[in-house]
Design a protein around this ligand. Sequence first.
Ligand code: NDP
Ligand code: HSE
Length: 440
Amino acid sequence: MKPIKVGLIGLGTVGTGTYQVLKRNQEDIRRRAGRGIDIAMVAVRAPERARGIVDEGCRIVTDWTEVVDSPDIDIVVELIGGIETAREIAMRAIAKGKHVVTANKALLATHGNEIFGAAQEHDVMVAFEAAVAGGIPIIKALREGLTANRIQSIAGIINGTTNFILSEMRDKGLDFATVLRQAQELGYAEADPTFDIEGVDAAHKATIMAAIAFGIPMQFERAYVEGISSLKAVDIRYAEQLGYRIKLLGIARRALVNGEEGIELRVHPTLIPNKRLIANVEGAMNAVMVRGDAVGESLYYGKGAGAEPTASSVIADLVDVTRLATADPESRVPHLAFQPNQLTNVPILPMAEITTSYYLRVYVKNRLGVMADLTRILADARISIDAVLQKEPAENATRLDIVLLTHQTQEKKMDAAIALIEALETVVGPVTRIRLESLN
Ligand code: NDP
Ligand code: HSE
């Protein structure tokens, strides 16, 4: 059988990794796919650099429309990142009847509904394993391996850059800017690293997983997003003393509010008991914990970013598309796991309705009765305290930190309690609130 022809748009970290791994392992990949996979064209902005990467037989162009419009190309691989041009590439390729492979979570979380709709209409596949958790085949696991289950929750460390930053700051005492620079040099960070730091990239990934797990449309705009930029070293230290690690966690979970089903979709720094496996995921590694009614808890761990780990997922998609290209469209695996006419409208819950536990750090004046005020406010709100950490104040210290861990409560109750605490005359500045998940 003739090789399937691929047009690759973008030869940066992931594009270069994809070209190189495909070339290195081409014989095994051909045997697995049933035919060769040939990158026949690449579209780049810097052709001189590309000449040093691709073989002579591969055509280099500087206008991506040449790839998408070429009648010789069967699969378009979009690896440029960003949203607008990437959307044009995907929509035009689909309209031309070409399959699309992408690692672009920003694109899918914001325009996935439109793109999958168009793909359905034109009987083509859009594959995106690399868009979530880099080299971990989590999309395949959720969409196929766990298909028997009613998925109850997903909790994951799904941004390599922020996990790398948190680990390096804690272990090596390096400062934020230095570690971020390292993450950029290692090719982990997004072109705009604020997407990593502010939790947006993790929210894109959580949105995609929620759609697949629960059979709902992509709803990135309804996700709660909080990054690590305001996280303080002191909170990481206190959390350690209490037996917890702080991780940026992406959470998608079924919940019942007043008897109605909803879905929690949120990304924020989270305390996790340090004895949980996921609390010990370090550096650019990712891990996704999935709970299904039949399988129970399962954990998927691996490299979440970088050239070759991500290439591993891009190429897995190329092989899948190659294998399925000739199958009747109705027999293919649906893009979002559920048949397109079977998506439900279970709502994403507002953050005020979610339920979790909390770490609170309150900076207070060193006065008699401060602790009693805090515990009274929490007791009145029916929020029960799990642990308290109060350092013996240094002699003559006028202010000190009080750290409280609470049992589960609703976010809106905690909002109200924090407002009352912040109004106390003895409390200095805002309360630091970090959510805590025991993940039991
Ligand atoms: P890079 O910035 O390293 O690479 C993007 C490449 O695309 C650059 O070489 C850029 O050229 C090129 N490019 C941009 N616009 C065009 C265009 N119009 N035509 C042709 N080429 C263009 O990004 P990554 O490889 O890191 O990321 C690619 C995608 O993969 C993103 O969607 C990202 O979110 C995703 N991803 C990345 C991972 C990683 O670890 N890096 C992991 C998982 C997913 P120039 O150099 O001139 O700017
Ligand atoms: N910037 C992303 C991360 C790349 O750090 O996880 C992988 O999606």
